[in-house]
Design a protein. Structure first.
Length: 302
């Protein structure tokens, strides 16, 4: 996700409730997806995009960000970047939904634990950022965790890496695109609206109808996908403006931790020994990365 530049009044206390709310919603997302598990993944992604667009437009209107939206739409460079980011986030959504529907919730958790470390590598490769010793050690531990998974649980490795890389790529592209989170998501949804409608139509032909119209309850849950998509992003953007980015970095592990616990205790997904070893290595990498982040933050303030 693109992170707005913070103003001089940034304060962890001001932004922390918004960050916690955003990551709680993302962490609890598998529970929502289980409620709509009867909807084919491709069709649900289509509906999610189609319902996200009007929600975003309403919020844009409420926040009076129409000028920002028009400015982005008038720039071919911005539109090209947002088309790429739309494809990346669409891939991310589809992979996540397929993984949850197929019972691989643990793989999604691992993917989002890996994601911040992939972001660090992306910053080094594409943005010329330099890593410290602890950060390189964290990356090495994460790579070892991925290697262990490749050796003993290759069937779920693709899910974790696709989620981590697609979201890291999305964040990188959005960092390069001079547009705010909400206008950007609005344009991404608009760019994907036609393919999304095509997905829904194709699924209707394949299955003799769409999932919409089957029951009022299911219709409401599918329509809720727009809110489930847009609201956490808006909360995240608000948090990023109001708090230190280093503090926000710690909050990002709330979501995969909740997903991990849901996989074990709600969905009763078995934790294989090789997965436990992989998680342990990733957790060690996260701990090192977070400690380095905290030390750098304290040093810059003091």
């Amino acid at each position: 996700m693109s992170v707005p530049v913070q103003g001089p009044a940034s304060s962890p206390d001001n932004g922390l409730p918004y960050a916690i709310a955003a990551y709680l919603m993302w962490g609890l997302l598998p529970l929502y997806l289980k409620l709509v598990h009867t909807v084919p993944a491709l069709e649900f992604v289509g509906w999610r995009i189609l319902f996200t667009l009007p929600v975003c437009l309403l919020i844009v209107a409420a926040r009076r960000q129409g000028a920002d939206l028009r400015a982005a739409l008038s720039s071919p460079k911005v539109l090209a970047l947002l088309l790429l980011s739309a494809l990346l986030i669409g891939t991310n959504w589809l992979t996540y939904i397929l993984a949850v529907q197929s019972g691989h919730v643990l793989a999604t958790s691992l993917g989002y634990y890996i994601n911040p470390l992939v972001n660090v590598l992306a910053g080094t490769v594409f943005l010329g950022e330099r890593l410290g010793r602890l950060q390189w050690l964290a990356v090495a531990l994460a790579a070892a965790g991925v290697a262990v998974l490749a050796w003993g649980a290759a069937e779920t490795l693709g899910i974790s890496l696709t989620l981590a890389v697609s979201f890291a790529g999305y964040g990188l592209v959005r960092k390069l695109a001079p547009v705010g989170s909400l206008p950007g998501l609005t344009i991404e949804s608009a760019l994907l609206a036609l393919p999304a409608a095509g997905l829904v139509a194709w699924q209707a032909m394949e299955h003799g109808g769409t999932s919409m119209g089957q029951s009022i309850g299911l219709d409401a849950l599918i329509a809720l996908s727009g809110v489930v998509t847009a609201v956490p992003l808006l909360l995240f953007a608000t948090a990023a403006r109001r708090m230190d980015y280093s503090t926000l970095g710690f909050c990002q592990y709330i979501a995969p931790t909740i997903v991990f616990l849901l996989a074990l205790f709600v969905f009763r997904e078995p934790l294989k020994p090789v997965q436990l070893v992989s998680f342990a290595l990733i957790w060690a990498a996260v701990a090192l990365f977070s400690r380095d982040l905290w030390v750098r933050s304290r040093a810059s303030k003091g």
